[in-house]
Design a protein around this ligand. Sequence first.
Ligand code: UDP
Length: 141
Amino acid sequence: MAIQRTLSIIKPDAVGKNVIGKIYSRFESNGLKIIAAKMFHLSRAEAEGFYAVHKGRPFFNDLVEFMISGPVMVQVLEGEEAIAKNRELMGATDPKKADPGTIRADFAQSIDANAVHGSDAPETAAVEIAYFFPSHEIYSR
Ligand code: UDP
């Protein structure tokens, strides 16, 4: 098993519901350490850049509007198989299909307001972490 880092975003719907702490507690109680964290209110250009891979998909404009609708909490998580572990804790993209007890099942209401983002592979994790955090703002212990 490898120690990995992954980028996590608590999206505007979950920040608005005041559940940052509840979501952090799930990370921490499942072996994921928060090694960097920052709150942002993303500009349109920042949100479009982050989701550039989805440009041209039918949901892209709505996704960008949603991501700039309020502040987001962005963190780097570190731990054994952190990328898959975080995706497991998040649950399926559509909260209606997410397993009970996952973050999306418990805190999200729709596929477009689905509470959290998590990197899906080591390559995307590296790019996404660098998008928000210079290396000196990451505190691996
Ligand atoms: N999304 C959406 N409608 C869709 C598919 C995706 O609004 O039909 C949004 C949703 O917020 C999702 C994000 O686009 O979290 C990125 O999609 P992806 O397939 O990468 O899902 P994720 O990795 O977030 O589970």
